[in-house]
Design a protein around this ligand. Sequence first.
Ligand code: ZN
Length: 432
Amino acid sequence: MFSFTTSKFVIIELIFVFPCNLHIVLVKEKMRLIHILSIVFTLFLTLVAPLQVHAQTKELPVAFSGSIAGDSASTRFFLDFDRNLSVQTFYMDKPNRIIIDLDETVFNFGENNKLEPRGLISAIQLGRISEGRSRIVLSLSAPVEIIKASLKKRLDEENYRFLLDLDSTDEETFTNLLQQQQLTFGTSGNIAQKGDRVLAIKKKEGRFTIVLDPGHGGIDGGAVGRKGAQEKDIVFDFAKVVKEVLMAEGPFDVLMTREEDKFMSLRERLDFSRRSKADLFISIHADSLKQKFVRGSTIYTLSKKASDKLSERLAESENSADLIGGLTVEEEVETVVDILVDLTTSETKRFSRRFSSLLVKNLNSEVKLIKNPQRSAAFGVLKAPEVPSVLIELGYLSNQEDEKLLQSKEWQTKAGKAIALSIYQFFETRMQ
Ligand SMILES: [Zn+2]
């Protein structure tokens, strides 16, 4: 509008300096044309140009929310974008940092959504670095290893979530990770373009990682049978049987959360499963119940609300294992666990449920199951968001018959084989 007024003023001045009538007529004609052009120009300025500016901002992806959660052992960072875009993540030292390069992005978080540094992330800077590129710099309070970096469309949403999981590590490992990155991609100049490949999960083709988690251990003995059998020993012996059968059965790498009689917190078990990039996590227990007549195996999957009272009480007692080990459940840890459970994808839940159905089917033909053997409750140890996880109560040590059975080699082999068969069937369609 302003430029139009100015040009009109200039035109009128010009007319006054023309000397003859003919010129004035011509100038009048010209002026009419200029006037029309000016109107068109004004219209362009008032209507079209703002639309263009609008279109330009609309072209850029918008990061509209984000969060940092965790502690000095593990930290999770995520950002939500309104569309798909290219994101590359890499390590940088002096000082130690994680760099995330992405398509030019408008960072537009709401008032209540501030990215507060915490855990392993001590500071965060973000903004445009060059034409078409934005960068996020995460300063680190300790050396880290990137456990996961992914950008995925959110389920049931039209937007995308970038997820970064960092675990604390030592300086030497950080330097190695940095060097590997440089070895593969030369100088820092082109790391930014190819950094994503650095993060590709190295997995042996066609092999599956199974994590077996014998419950309790060390100072935490778990349930005690009427004849004195300890849960921690029974589940450990049983896990070894499953491992043996499973390794002979198929393309499985079988890991155990504990290889000896030692205390492990629920968090450590969960972290172990995630760090091992487990394809399946099986926690093994043999607890006790007030109802001494209850016996038989039960398969549990994760749910916020328990399927029944018995399951609810059992999960409460299992979740207090950390207290037995002398640890206090810090508020921060609880928050992280809550976030994790919210992030548990419906895909993970579906897989866990499918595996639990296979277990029920195969165990049913070999051993005694409890009434309604497929149950669910909020077991802390099942909360890894990306790992299908189940908890098996082999039986209940409060029941004398179960106590005796669970220690017999014959029973252990039968049940172990049924579990191994279920695992095989679970992965069968994904085997080459
Ligand atoms: Zn237990």
